[in-house]
Design a protein around this ligand. Structure first.
Ligand SMILES: [Zn+2]
Length: 142
């Protein structure tokens, strides 16, 4: 009898914790989604004065798997948490994705392109990895 009650209590607690986390995450997403969109749009325009590339739609996503990605059609996706990064790191994520329109790979040519506007990109890669742990985002970048 005791055991059964404890079992149900534990199950109940697990379900509650899961619900709470989900709610908090989506609230944060809604809170920062628009500022992330404004940030991405403004910084893309700024850096694209240098690159002059043609990019498609900008989407802001709630995802743990990455900071950003670029589709083969040139659509750019960003994690809403870029709005919570220090500006030199959100700039790095934004430039990284923008440069994929010019180079759809991670070749040296790609990194040279990133380096045209962010010469210290290697330092930024390392710093972003540390922030990824704090922000609970996979440090990989698409
Ligand atoms: Zn990449």
């Amino acid at each position: 009898m005791q055991k059964i009650i404890r079992f149900y209590l534990r199950r109940f607690r697990v379900v509650r914790i899961k619900r709470k986390t989900k709610k908090r995450v989506s609230k944060k997403y809604l809170e920062h989604k628009e500022s992330a969109r404004i940030l991405a749009t403004q910084r893309l325009e700024y850096f694209n004065q240098h690159y002059n590339l043609k990019f498609g739609k900008i989407s802001i996503r709630n995802q743990k798997s990455r900071w950003g990605s670029c589709s083969s059609k040139g659509n750019l996706n960003f994690n809403y948490k870029i709005a919570l990064l220090p500006s030199h790191l959100s700039d790095y994520v934004i430039v990284h994705e923008l440069c994929h329109i010019g180079q759809f790979n991670h070749s040296q040519n790609f990194w040279d392109l990133v380096g045209e506007t962010l010469p210290d990109y290697k330092k930024l890669v390392t710093e972003l990895k540390m922030w990824s742990i704090k922000a609970r985002v996979n440090p990989l970048i698409g």
